[in-house]
Design a protein around this ligand. Structure first.
Ligand code: ATP
Ligand code: MG
Length: 357
C-alpha cells in the first residue's frame, strides 16, 4: 500500500491541539479510502523549544524534514517571544528553505456557516487565491538612512524577477485551468507603480497567453477588494503579489465566516521538496488548553495536503465529511456559535467519513 510520510509540526498555542485532531482525521480518511496509509511523525518545534534552547527548530531542521512528502503545520507565535523570531526562524525558514513559492488559499462558505455578506452573495464565494510567496514587497530589500534627522528615510524595495513572476503566474494558470470556470484574475497596481508592477503585468500577460482557454481579467488591487465584497461571483482564481495577496486572502477568510475554518498551502510546485500545509489561524492563546479550538481549518488543511500528494478523491471525501457536519449545524465549536469541543467535532467528522463514498 502507498505510504505518505507526513511531518506534523503543531507549534504553539492551539496549533498542537488542532494538528492532533487533524492527524486523527487523516488516519480515518486513509482507512476509509483503503488505498494509502499515513506515516505521521511529530516534531515538537516552536516556542517551548526556543525557551530552553534559544532555537525555534534544531539547526539541522530542514534536513530532518527533507525526506517527507509533506509538512502539516499548526501555528507559531507566543506572547513572550517577538513575532519576527517565531515567524522567521520556523515557518518562514521552512517556506524559504524549501522554496515554497506559491501560497494557495481556497475560500468558500461551508454549509450553514454565515459570513458577513448577505446570504446569496456569500454563497457565491468559491475562490482560490494564489500568493507569490518568495519575493516582491517582502523580499527584505531596503534600508534606513539619516536616522533621527529631518531628512531620515526608510525604504522597502519590492523585487520582482522574471523567473519569480513567471512561475507564480504559471502555477495560478494551472489551478485556474483545473477549475470549472477557467477564470483568472491578475491583480496589479500598475496605474500607480510604474516599474515593478508594469513588469508584473507584462510577464503575466506572456504566461497567460499560453493558456488560450482561460478567461483572464486584469484588476487593480483596490478595485479587487470592492469586487470581492460586492460581486464575489465574478472572482474565481486570483494571482497577486506577496503583499497584495496577503491582504486579499485575509479579506477572503473574513468573508468566509471564521478564522477557525480556513486552510492554506505553501507549495513548491516543482515537487522537489516537501510542501507545507497549515490552517490560516494563529496560535490563539485566549482559547489554548480549553479544548474548544475549531479543528475544521486543520481538516481542510489535511484535505489540501492529500490532494497535493495525489489523493484528490480522499481529499474530496474528507471535505464532504466536514460539510456534512457543518451542514447539520449540531456539532460546532463556540466560534461558529455552537458548544462542541474540538474532540466532539473531530469524532463527528470521523463518523461522517463512513457515510461518504
Ligand atoms: P497569531 O499571533 O499567531 O496570529 P493570535 O493570538 O493573533 O495568533 P489568531 O489565531 O490570529 O490569534 O486568531 C484571533 C482570534 O480568533 C483568537 O484569539 C481566537 O479567539 C479566534 N480563533 C482563531 N482560530 C481559532 C480556532 N481554530 N478556533 C476558535 N477560535 C479561533
Ligand atoms: Mg493574529
Amino acid at each position: 500500500m502507498r505510504r505518505l510520510r507526513i511531518a506534523a509540526i503543531g507549534g504553539d498555542g492551539i496549533g498542537p491541539e488542532v494538528i492532533a485532531a487533524g492527524c486523527r482525521v487523516l488516519a480515518a480518511t486513509a482507512a476509509a479510502d483503503g488505498g494509502f496509509a499515513c506515516d505521521i511523525q511529530d516534531f515538537d518545534w516552536g516556542s517551548a523549544m526556543y525557551r530552553t534552547t534559544g532555537q525555534m527548530m534544531p539547526a539541522d531542521g530542514l534536513r530532518q524534514l527533507e525526506g517527507f512528502d509533506a509538512i502539516f503545520f499548526g501555528a507559531v507565535g507566543a506572547p513572550d517571544i517577538p513575532d519576527h523570531v517565531t515567524l522567521w526562524e520556523l515557518r518562514l525558514a521552512i517556506c524559504q528553505g524549501f522554496d515554497q513559492y506559491a501560497n494557495v488559499r481556497p475560500t468558500r462558505l461551508l454549509p450553514s456557516v454565515t459570513g458577513p455578506l448577505r446570504e446569496e452573495l456569500g454563497r457565491q464565494i468559491d475562490w482560490v487565491i494564489v500568493r507569490e510567496n518568495s519575493e516582491g514587497e517582502y523580499a527584505g530589500v531596503g534600508g534606513r538612512a539619516h536616522r533621527g534627522l529631518p531628512i531620515e528615510v526608510g525604504m522597502d524595495v519590492a523585487v520582482f524577477t522574471r523567473a519569480g513572476v513567471e512561475r507564480i503566474c504559471r502555477h495560478a494558470c494551472e489551478i485556474a485551468m483545473s477549475r470549472p470556470r477557467k477564470h483568472l484574475t491578475v491583480v496589479t497596481k500598475s496605474n500607480a507603480q510604474r516599474h515593478g508592477m508594469v513588469f508584473w503585468d507584462e510577464v503575466c500577460a506572456g504566461v497567460t497567453a499560453q493558456y488560450p482557454e482561460l478567461t483572464v481579467e486584469k484588476v487593480l488591487v483596490d478595485a479587487m477588494t470592492a469586487r470581492m465584497v460586492m460581486q464575489p461571483g465574478r472572482v474565481d482564481t486570483v494571482v497577486a503579489t506577496n503583499l497584495h495577496a496577503d491582504i486579499l486572502s485575509d479579506l477572503a477568510s473574513a468573508l468566509a465566516g471564521s478564522l477557525g475554518i480556513g486552510a492554506t498551502g505553501n507549495i513548491d510546485p516543482s515537487r522537489k521538496r516537501p510542501s507545507m500545509f497549515e490552517p490560516i489561524h494563529g496560535s490563539a492563546f485566549d482559547i489554548t488548553g480549553k479544548g474548544i479550538a475549531n479543528p475544521l481549518g486543520a481538516f481542510w488543511t489535511a484535505a489540501m495536503l492529500l490532494e497535493h500528494l495525489g489523493e484528490a478523491a480522499a481529499g474530496r471525501r474528507l471535505m464532504a465529511a466536514v460539510e456534512a457536519v457543518t451542514g447539520r449545524g449540531a456539532v460546532l465549536t463556540p466560534d461558529l456559535g455552537g458548544t462542541a469541543t474540538t474532540a466532539a467535532v473531530t469524532d463527528a467528522v470521523i463518523a461522517a467519513l463512513a457515510g461518504i463514498n
